[in-house]
Design a protein around this ligand. Structure first.
Ligand SMILES: Cc1cc2nc3c(=O)[nH]c(=O)nc-3n(C[C@H](O)[C@H](O)[C@H](O)COP(=O)(O)OP(=O)(O)OC[C@H]3O[C@@H](n4cnc5c(N)ncnc54)[C@H](O)[C@@H]3O)c2cc1C
Length: 416
């Protein structure tokens, strides 16, 4: 019997969805009887509501994604007598691709067998590069303007999004698909080792995509004259066309359509997927401990010109300045893509994320992340393109929270 047939023959088990409703905390109740045709294992569990109220916002963080139209720069160049290996420009995919990208950069760095390596930058790309270089046997010093917890990296959403704003497919060229796949697979495998640890540095969560109108496949073009994002643009791989995400389809489950009435949410259309995500606090702490435990050093220092790298004691340098490469290295392929996250007070009992009305929420250990994606005239991945205004806009986050507040207010079991 296939999974879908099982869905239909499992009606007799209807009612189990309501089991969690006897918990003491206020719960959004699932349907008492399952008349939806979902298999017993796919019936959404009872879901604790997110306390989505603007006065529960305790943090707003604004950031620029280091979007590079040709994809991340992993080239090498000689500055004085130093070999510089670049590792920047990961767009909206820096957390996701970090280990794989670090692996490529460190292999290039180790080609001259250095005993000591300098890493510029202590964001997620710099830190994973530094640890990867230590694992390859090098002594590493990180030179950085900011420590990890002040970098742009911790202003992200922090989910597994390896193809988000990672390049313009047409500009990155056909070979980039293979490199991207290599980086994504290597990273995904590495994250496996950080699961199941105290503080859940890496975790998985159900994501509900909810809509009052049919959910359609999005097609996002950055600019028809310039090309499409890697996430939606077509790539050429073995004479076949597809999306980058098609190359790693085996890694993650497909989104599942949930029939109307099968979720506690008051919407007609729903899909569920599962996503891996990064808890910045515990994961960052773990990475820094690992780096220092292996003898790594961090020096706070700001560079004003590439020539300063040639004057470092280390003669091999991995360069991870993120968006700052636009000015520091005069990289004309870098384009700012502004983004903003808001944070609601943590609710450990909420173990899911959702997307509704252009707003994404994800429950993480250090708060409930809120992002406004499709609100206003600019939708989805296109929001923020070309915008380098890195100043907080709390109103945008408050409006986003109100959208989800309105969703819960429509719930039939809402105690209010
Ligand atoms: C709103 C938003 C949501 C996002 N969501 C996700 C997501 O869900 N998943 C995902 O994978 N990615 C996501 N991203 C993208 C991700 O955050 C970035 O790709 C990633 O953080 C880039 O990391 P980085 O280490 O290259 O850069 P940064 O974090 O910017 O680090 C750069 C480092 O270089 C140092 N530096 C810079 N200039 C100098 C200088 N002149 N001298 C010395 N040091 C310098 C800085 O101090 C810093 O330490 C998101 C981004 C945004 C804005």
């Amino acid at each position: 019997m296939d999974r879908r047939s099982l869905l239909r023959t499992s009606l007799a088990f209807g009612g189990l969805a309501g089991l969690g409703a006897c918990a003491t905390a206020p719960q959004v109740r699932g349907p008492v009887r399952n008349t939806t045709g979902l298999a017993i294992e796919d019936i959404p569990p009872s879901l604790a509501p997110i306390r989505a109220h603007p006065d529960r916002i305790f943090d707003v963080r604004t950031c620029i994604r280091p979007f590079r139209v040709k994809g991340p720069n992993l080239d090498t160049e000689q500055i004085g007598d130093a070999l510089v290996v670049h590792n920047y420009g990961h767009g909206g995919s820096g957390w996701s691709l970090s280990w794989g990208s670090a692996n490529v950069a460190v292999q290039k760095a180790m080609s001259v067998s250095p005993k000591r390596i300098a890493v510029i930058g202590c964001g997620i790309v710099g830190l994973t590069s530094a640890i990867t270089a230590q694992r390859a046997g090098a002594q590493v010093t990180i030179y950085t303007r900011e420590m990890f917890n002040r970098t742009r990296s911790v202003r992200a959403n922090g989910s597994w999004t390896p193809d988000s704003r990672v390049c313009l497919a047409e500009q990155a060229g056909p070979k980039f698909g293979a490199l991207w796949e290599q980086m994504a697979r290597y990273s995904y495998k590495t994250y496996r080792y950080y699961m199941g640890l105290p503080g859940k540095p890496i975790d998985f969560s159900d994501q509900y995509r909810l809509s009052d109108t049919p959910i359609e496949q999005e097609h996002e073009e950055l600019d028809p004259a310039k090309g499409t994002y890697g996430s939606t643009g077509k790539i050429q791989q073995n004479a076949e066309f597809g999306r980058y995400s098609d190359l790693i389809r085996d890694l993650t489950p497909r989104p599942e359509v949930l029939p109307e009435g099968s979720t506690p949410f008051p919407v007609k259309y729903a899909q569920r997927s599962e996503t891996m995500f990064f808890n910045f606090g515990s994961y960052g702490h773990l990475l820094l401990s690992e780096f220092f435990g292996a003898g790594g050093k961090i020096e706070i220092r700001e560079f004003h010109h590439p020539s300063e790298l040639g004057a470092l004691e280390e003669k091999v340098v991995i360069n991870c300045p993120g968006y700052a490469a636009k000015d520091l290295w005069k990289d004309k392929y870098m384009i700012p893509v502004r983004g903003q996250t808001g944070w609601l007070i943590p609710q450990p009992e909420v173990k899911y994320g959702l997307y509704y009305g252009g707003v994404a929420m994800l429950s993480k250990s250090d708060g409930i992340m809120v992002m406004s994606l499709g609100r206003g005239p600019v939708k989805g991945d296109l929001a923020g393109v070309g915008d380098g205004y890195e100043v907080e806009n709390r109103t945008e986050i408050e409006d986003a929270v109100r959208v989800i507040e309105g969703l819960y207010a429509r719930m039939p079991t809402n105690p209010a």
